[in-house]
Write a protein that binds this ligand. Sequence first.
Ligand SMILES: *Cc1c(COP(=O)(O)O)cnc(C)c1O
Length: 582
Amino acid sequence: MQEDKTHDSMFRPVSITCAVILLIALALNVSGLVQLAPSGGQSDEASTTPTASEASAQLESEVGAFEITARQRQMAQQNEAGYDVIDAGRGNPNWINSMVRRVYARLMDFAIDESERVYSEGFMAGQAQREGIGERFDAATNTEDGVSAYLAGLVNYCSSNLGLDRDDVLFELVNGIIGDYYPTPSRCLPNTEVILNAYLQSTLYGGVDLAAETDVFPTEGGSAAMSYIFHSLSHNKVLKPGDKIAIATPIFTPYLQIPDVNNYGLVSIEVASEAYNGWDIAEDELAKLEDPEVKAFFLVNPSNPASHALSEQTIDRIAQAVEKNPNLIVLTDDVYGTFVNDFRTVYSRIPHNTILVYSFSKLHGVTGWRTGLIAMNRDNVVDRLIRELPQEDKDLLEDEYSIVADYPASMPFIERIVADSRSIGLYHTSGLSTPSQVFMDIMALSHLVSPDADGYMELANATVSERYYTLMRALGMPTDDAPANARYYTLVDIRSLVTQRYGWDFAVWFDEQMTDFEFLDELAAKKGVVLMYGPGFDAPEGCVRISVANISNDQCTELARRVLELLDEHYGTYAAQIADAA
Ligand SMILES: *Cc1c(COP(=O)(O)O)cnc(C)c1O
């Protein structure tokens, strides 16, 4: 009897534990043992136990969206139809910027020549010298060669447009790419900071001049930026256990998970955006930020998964909230900023309250490089909040930072982030690897040399745009032509697709048959298509995230065809049932 029950629950999960077992079994690919639990219409199911749908909803809330997708990716490999896998789950683009890499290689060659010029024996070379570096660079530049000439253009831009000393820039680039010195200063190489500031100014600030008052800390991607910020806000007691933080939802899952899993003890409230509103944030949601109990506001703009930029009006409304709640810390993650024309970051509107995160990962196809950054105004609310901490807390922190700083009390928050990133004690060897900083320089400069007609950026935007329209037309869904739509991702509401294509009665039947979660499992297992589960980002039920950045235009058409093929199959089952009943 006891054994029977256990056996039964393996097939129809009735508790969270069983749901977890189900997940593990699926992850281990015991597909013969564990079937997708049939849901709905099972009359023998006890009414007091959760249905399979409820159990899987529970499961989904315990496991991150990215982990669910990883499992579906495995299922897709052995899909029933034997199709090639179409993976529209990844945020990674399927393109790269080739020129910045060629320029990097050319610069590396020049830098090695510079080292060998000083000393060379076997595989051993010396350390590059500043003296005369500009003349040698000019001599090495081959104007007939496109890459060499382009590199020279980037270097010249630094002196002619950014007011930097050309030899200084070259020496920093050469030493940086060779990587034979610790990053000095730890936070950011000096010329690099000017270049990155000019880039942020050009791409994100919407004409507001902030480059000269912004500190930059290059990090191992936006990921490191996020985790460093959360850690240092907590470590510096700016965010304390019990503090309320607002999160603009739907959002990139880590923003929901990090506060939870790190014992920061923060209480999250949602500031939601919705499809009907073009994924902008409604007035009453923004009003929540006025509450002084709300200490911080985390947002992704343009958003992920909804892929829309905030309107000017919303940014103004956030600024108004800050007037009422002047201690509010806003963290804006603008990694998709360049995918919207005339984008404007929240940082440009409320620079003294905002921490900016940016990453080159998506635009340049450099997720493996780990190149992102944190930018903060020199006059910012976090430094003030640290100054206003209870004396006891300040003493404790001063004590800690005194091992690396002469004046720990006045150590700016962004420097504390740098120190914290290496457990304070290793502050002197902290900072992003210098070759990575140089690569960021090249990416930034490749935009700056032609900011108004950045052919690469236009190509990236046109690429995701074309795929978006192909996908939506193939699905027979209405398109969203708003300029705020970055189109890097698309949230597709499967429920409304079903209703629109097959009518209301089928939609109700379909809804009883399976959860979205189960639909995505089926799509992977039967048709080899991987999408992401919307509610994992706190997007509404029914929404799935499709990353067109990761699939070709043809794959967009094929993806839509497979989704409709699967839905048609369900419709066939439904029609047969109706016919039987009649
Ligand atoms: C992809 C992504 C990141 C991570 O960027 P990396 O630089 O690759 O670490 C950060 N934030 C959002 C919203 C993203 O989509």
